[in-house]
Design a protein around this ligand. Sequence first.
Ligand code: PLP
Length: 367
Amino acid sequence: MEEKGTPREVISAQLIGYRALDTPHTRILSSMCTIPHQIAEEAKRLFAASNLGDPAVFAGAAKIEQLLIESLGDLLHCKTASGWMTSGGTESNLQAIRAAKKRKKTEKPNIVVPESAHFSFYKICDILGLEMRTVPYAPGKYIADTGRMAELIDKNTIAVSAVAGSTEYGTIDDIRTIAKITRETDTYLHVDAAFGGFVIPFLKNPVPFDFAVEGVDSVSLDPHKMGLGTIPGGCLLFREEEDVKALRVSTPYLISKEQTTLTGTRPGADAAAAYAVITYLGREGFRDIVAGCMENTRRLTAGLSAFGYEKVLDPVLNLTVFRDFAVPDGWMVSHTGRHELRFVLMPHVTRDVVEAFLADIAEQKQK
Ligand SMILES: *Cc1c(COP(=O)(O)O)cnc(C)c1O
């Protein structure tokens, strides 16, 4: 840090220069985040100084968070669900598994997760001292083999986590069958819908993946992914108030007297942003956005197939995966753990972007 400050214009020019180093969204086919909706950015600015870590002081931001959770509880078929805003899917998953761990005391706790589980579960098992048991994919599919899952659950299993919208393939585990298994074994069930939570409910024929399925104890979904909110912003919802209460700690130096969240100081800004955008768009607005993303996913899949590239599976959500091929320069495309190419068709990946990408491939083929 310099002794004297720097003029505003200088900093502004600097920031613009650094911002230009970020890849423009029109070239990003790898990300699950997107450009926040304008109304979300406005709300974020308005609540920039609000700390949700002390809700008694920032009552307006706290009210917004409560309305946001109510609205999402309604979307996920449990109007009485409780929860809060997190920094994203990782923190939500961690908190869900912490709650599960409070329910069941055992010496050698383990969790059972599908092969498609997000890498956050490695961190979670490390932090909480858990053994991670991985359920392989069902043959020919990219969802958990529920028969194998049942075999891996034992008396030391504190939770099962299923995925609704997997990060690499966009697939949805068979939540109903998994919930049947967890109910029979009295095991906590978390559904990680970080990506799918703002997609699946808006599809034409959504499969049950949320609290509509008896036995689902918690669901995470991220406004900063398909919710068009600002970064960072995740949400975690619990069916039972008891699981929330199990996470309580007292907070003597604050005006508010207890906390169940992982982080202390929390941004009211991203809660306001998420609330603004879901209220503004409504289900209708999200249905339109999801329909557009699905249409673009079909177009890209068909376009790449027409070039002779091989798709790995029929897209379930707005994500399509192909056997590896040489991607033209200037495009951000990432790989799965099995080195396949993975394309995420977020709202910023418009039809024009898809056509530009396909045109680049056509040109590359001619060379
Ligand atoms: C993105 C993702 C996460 C992690 O979310 P962060 O916001 O990056 O912490 C967790 N689970 C799934 C299924 C995801 O797609």
